[in-house]
Design a protein around this ligand. Structure first.
Ligand code: HEM
Ligand SMILES: *[C@@H]1O[C@H](CO)[C@@H](O)[C@H](O)[C@H]1NC(C)=O
Length: 500
């Protein structure tokens, strides 16, 4: 009796699952939408741990001649957007419906859950408004002095490394540098990683760059299956890292006199965070320490590796393209004469048109995020044929758009000149979206651009970068397969020769 009951229940469950699965498999076909294949468990995410998702996204773009493509993230239907006009509607025009990202962590991971990048509205709107104050044009001028000083140290660092090893590991050096710049400008902490390769905050960012299977699973869960985060106790960063970072956080707050000293100046991120706490207390609302720590962490995390990778790829490409490097050098020495061999200020840097093209071309080819993540809060009409239901994840295929020969002829070629030509086909602003667009776009965009402009100008005035024998061409260099972001999968090594 017991056994037959058990068998009947098991059979019913099995049939129920099969029917569910059969229905789920037909989800996009029923709606007449071109779609990727679906497999049990992974859904369409067959790239996990095998390719970098950016490569996979490009592949989807090239395979489907369609403005959008249906897919499944595990068991959930989702849409990839290949069309810049449609992307513009989602990112800008209808941004009110797309305030949230689909990715999310859980209460077991407060630092990953509450930060600006992953937090959901309305807390997001509140935090974003407050943190935008950290990046005004006036603040950037103060920060710029730090960038100048650090880029001089970078020139020294290159000299030291060349003497020691006759070559430079670009990503390592530039992540030392970007960590320092964020530490000094957002945290008000002077660090020495650019010169020595080590500092307290650098040990945090080094730890962030380490891979482990648990970390890999955690990130996949956060990005594509947030419900599992709490069940398995996933965390975006190892506990030891967040604990250590919290200690640094508390030390910085204590050095400024704690939460009781009134903030008058609002100089940097920490002033903004302390003030946030004070204003909340005044209104009898509380804001947890974890919420504040999460913002500090996301500025570090969001800023050091993205910018570091772009730096590395940019110098690597220029080492393989001496003609482009020379053209840039010509622009730099002319500009240097104009400012009477003094340091560049922010305005003279912004006027360097070719430098801007070189940076944009690097951002086009190596956009670190690959895609932009959004989620609808209401049913949303994509076009006359398809309305997606509330909660559907939407992925804007940025890297696919950046490699579309319609917008960028010979997309594999590193060709900064393409940004000089005004191409009528690229009238839609969303054909180039390295920092995203709309209200949820990158908060550090101007900061990152200024840092890139200044450090690249300083380096290339002092040195010529040359490709080393037996190193892969830029387009053949491995891309990290275990990372969801597009970063180098092997050391990018070059040689620097001083300019006379
Ligand atoms: C080359 C450097 C960088 C690139 C390419 C980059 C790219 C991006 C992209 C594509 C997004 C998502 C935008 C969207 O969904 O529309 C983003 C968001 C973000 N970035 Fe950056 N980023 C860079 C540097 C930085 C820096 C230096 C910081 C901090 C100082 C930073 C902090 C953030 C934060 C906090 C968000 C989340 C914003 C929000 O959701 O409100 N990023 N970034
Ligand atoms: C580079 O891209 C930015 C957008 O991120 C744009 O505003 C700027 O005009 C571009 N520069 C050139 C030279 O095309």
């Amino acid at each position: 009796m017991f056994w037959s009951l058990l068998i009947i229940i098991s059979l019913c469950t099995l049939i129920w699952f099969c029917l569910k699965w059969l229905k789920l498999r037909m989800y996009w076909a029923e709606r007449g939408v071109k779609h990727l294949p679906v497999y049990p468990f992974l859904g369409s995410l067959t790239f996990l741990m095998r390719y970098n998702p950016a490569i996979w996204m490009r592949n989807v773009y090239e395979r489907f001649d369609s403005p959008y493509v249906g897919m499944w993230v595990f068991f959930r239907p989702a849409v990839i957007i290949n069309d810049p006009e449609m992307a513009r509607n989602i990112l800008i025009k209808d941004a009110a419906v797309f305030k949230d990202r689909f990715l999310s962590s859980g209460p077991s991971d407060p630092i990953g859950h509450l930060n600006l990048f992953s937090v959901k509205d309305p807390l997001w709107s509140f935090l974003r408004r407050r943190l935008t104050a950290v990046f005004t044009a006036a603040k950037l001028r103060g920060v710029f002095r730090i960038m100048q000083q650090k880029s001089k140290e970078l020139v020294q660092r290159i000299g030291i490394e060349m003497k020691k090893n006759q070559r430079v590991n670009l990503r390592m050096m530039f992540t030392d540098f970007t960590t320092d710049v964020i530490a000094a400008s957002a945290f008000g902490v002077a660090c020495d990683a650019t010169l020595t390769g080590e500092s307290p905050l650098r040990s945090v960012t080094k730890e962030i760059m380490e891979f482990s299977v648990f970390r890999g699973l955690s990130w996949v869960s956060i990005f594509f299956y947030p419900e599992l985060v709490d069940i398995f106790g996933f965390t975006s960063l190892p506990k030891s890292v967040t604990e250590y970072f919290k200690k640094i956080f508390r030390m910085i707050v204590a050095e400024r006199g704690g939460y009781d000293v009134e903030i008058k100046e609002n100089r940097d991120l920490f002033d903004a965070l302390i003030k946030l706490k004070q204003d909340c207390l005044k209104e009898n609302k509380d804001i947890s320490e974890d919420t504040l720590v999460a913002q500090a962490m996301v500025f570090l995390q969001g800023g050091f590796d993205t910018t570091g990778s772009i730096f590395a790829y940019c110098v690597y490409e220029l080492a393989f393209h001496p003609e482009i490097q020379n053209k840039l050098y010509q622009e730099l020495i002319e500009a240097e004469e104009k400012v009477g061999h003094a340091d560049f200020d922010m305005n003279s840097l912004t006027e360097l048109k070719y430098l801007d093209c070189v940076i944009n071309e690097t951002l086009r080819k190596y956009q670190p995020m690959g895609w932009l993540d959004r989620m609808t809060s209401k049913d949303y009409k994509l076009d006359d044929r398809l309305t997606i239901s509330a909660g559907t994840p939407v992925y804007i295929n940025v890297i696919g758009i950046h490699y579309d020969p319609k917008f960028y002829p010979e997309p594999e070629r590193f060709n900064p000149d393409r940004f000089l030509l005004t191409n009528e086909k690229n009238t839609c602003i969303t054909t180039f979206v390295p920092f995203g667009e709309g209200p949820r776009s990158c908060i550090g965009r101007r900061f990152a651009m200024m840092n890139l402009r200044n450090a690249l100008a300083t380096i290339f005035l002092a040195y010529e970068a040359r490709a080393l024998p037996n190193t892969p061409k830029p387009s053949e260099a491995k891309i990290e397969t275990r990372n969801l972001f597009l970063t180098p999968g092997e050391p990018l090594l070059v040689e620097f020769v001083p300019r006379l």
